[in-house]
Design a protein around this ligand. Structure first.
Ligand code: C2O
Ligand code: CU
Length: 489
């Protein structure tokens, strides 16, 4: 039987009707005396007693994260300065919650980039602990990738170069410091990075104030409003939309482009508008070939999906609730009529043809549960920064067979799979079954449910060097479920 700490680490769900409640699986003497992994901790260690925040639904307006202004724009590039610092956020009215931030806000400032126009970001680490920045979904040189061992020491600054030689997409940036990424991201080191390209602009999709990034993520609060980190991720039952608990968002009766990001460490959202239609136009790495109407959108940790919602179907005064399953997350209030010159074209962006693969590999993710502290494994080994797991020749394209290799009877352990630097297509699942709707388009993160496998194809056209790939349940990767590839000439 798994012990308490193992459960805390895994965020597992116990399958079957005979499953005991989580609390009964915890031996009384096994308490949260030791952290499940080493690292730095912010402020006091919270006790693990979660309290449902007393917030009246739909009383606060959802903010849109501010777009950061360039400190300098010269020579065809934009330079941004972003401090990494501790701050507070008001999740619960009247309570200030300590958080870690990019530039002071719980949802970091949005960087808006253009394809072909380089961006430099100067990050100044004002924390008392190492931190760094990974551009998730970015196709960037290894030196700017935010490799887990490549951190910014306290008091230091670091320049990251983003060439933006990729098509338009909703990316995000977050901490990736070794062993501390899970806690850092949980406490707020996350923000949007949006790339737009010309072809996309020409489509006439909703833009400007009608193009709204929304970061969805979970959290667990203690009675003082503090964020509880050392607990079962399943207890993170409060969902934040751009850092607010069940906010409302006033909209005009017209089309909106909504960029959804699941920034939870470990959570799969099942998003719906109570049966109303939404139209998916993009996944992780940008536009789909054509719009896909749907009534439910499944979004796992780190994944993005862009949807168009046409509020002109609704009379002014209508309230449309976005829910996760049956739990309301955010309410759109249709407050006014508006002229709408935007379009939703029948075709968006064709997918590039899949080249013939030059190699096939297996990647098995699992936990070693034999000791009291679980260890995350990829192909049987925990992450070792001094080891190169796969050497890959530049210019190749490969099929990776990604396997959820955990097989504990009666316990379902979910995983996701994310690759740095490159993007992939999902080819099939479970030995030839077609991909799921949420696998469509160009991806960088795919869900690998219990006892399943998924084949993906990725290309390695240009950059050399070391990049990681890992489970994007961040507690899993910080426990070792990560490995490293080196692209060589
Ligand atoms: Cu979103 Cu390796 O990370
Ligand atoms: Cu995992």
């Amino acid at each position: 039987m798994l012990n308490r700490r193992q459960f805390l680490a895994l965020g597992v769900t116990v399958g079957g009707a005979a499953a005991l409640p989580f609390s009964q699986l915890i031996p009384a003497d096994a308490n949260e005396a030791e952290p499940i992994h080493k690292g730095y901790h912010l402020g006091k260690r919270t006790s693990g007693t979660g309290v449902r925040p007393a917030v009246t639904a739909f009383t606060e307006q959802m903010p849109v994260p501010p777009t950061v202004q360039a400190a300098q724009s010269a020579g065809g590039m934009d330079i941004y300065m972003i401090p990494i610092r501790a701050s507070t956020a008001e999740f619960i009215p009247g309570k200030q919650t300590p958080v870690l931030t990019y530039a002071g806000s719980f949802v970091g400032p949005t960087i808006r980039a253009k394809t072909g126009r380089p961006v430099k970001v100067v990050y100044a680490n004002q924390l008392d602990q190492p931190a760094n920045v990974h551009l998730h979904g970015g196709h960037v040189p290894a030196a700017s990738d935010g490799h887990p061992m490549d951190v910014i020491q306290p008091g230091q600054t670091r320049v990251y170069d983003y060439p933006n030689l990729q098509q338009g997409a909703t990316l995000w940036y977050h901490d990736h410091s070794h062993h501390t990424e899970a806690e850092h991201v949980y406490r707020g080191l996350h923000g949007f990075y949006l790339i737009e390209d010309e072809a996309e602009q020409g489509l006439g999709l909703p833009s400007g104030q009608y193009d709204v990034p929304i970061m969805l993520r979970d959290a667990e609060f203690d009675k003082d409003g503090g964020l509880i980190f050392f607990d079962d991720p399943a207890n993170r039952t409060t969902i934040l939309a751009n850092g607010k608990i069940q906010p409302f968002f006033p909209v005009a009766a017209r089309k909106y482009r909504i960029r959804l990001l699941n920034a939870s460490n470990e959570h799969v959202f099942q998003l719906n508008l109570g049966g109303q239609e939404m139209v998916q136009i993009a996944s992780d790495i940008g536009l789909l070939p054509a719009p896909v109407p749907l009534t439910e959108l499944v979004l796992a940790s780190a994944q993005r999906a862009e949807i168009v919602i046409d509020f002109s179907r609704f009379a002014v005064g209508t309230k449309v609730v976005l829910s996760n399953g049956s739990e309301p997350v955010l309410r759109f209030d249709v407050v006014r009529k508006a002229l709408d010159l935007s379009r939703l074209p029948a075709t968006l962006r064709p997918l590039p043809p899949l080249p013939t693969a030059t190699a096939e590999r297996e990647v098995a993710m699992s936990f070693d549960l034999s000791s009291s502290s679980p260890v995350g494994l990829v192909n049987g080994k925990p992450y070792d920064p001094n080891r190169v797991d796969f050497q890959i020749k530049r210019g190749t394209t490969e099929i990776w067979n990604v396997i959820n290799a955990d097989n504990v009877e009666g316990v379902d352990i979910d995983h996701t799979f994310h690759m740095h630097m490159t993007h992939f297509r999902v080819l099939d699942r479970d030995g030839g079954k077609p991909p799921l709707p949420q696998d469509a388009g160009l991806k960088d993160t795919v869900r690998v449910p219990p006892r399943s496998r998924v084949r993906v194809q990725a290309s390695f056209p240009d950059y050399l060097g070391k990049y990681v790939y890992h489970c994007h349940y961040l507690e899993h990767s910080s426990l070792g479920m990560m490995a490293q590839m080196e692209i060589v000439p």
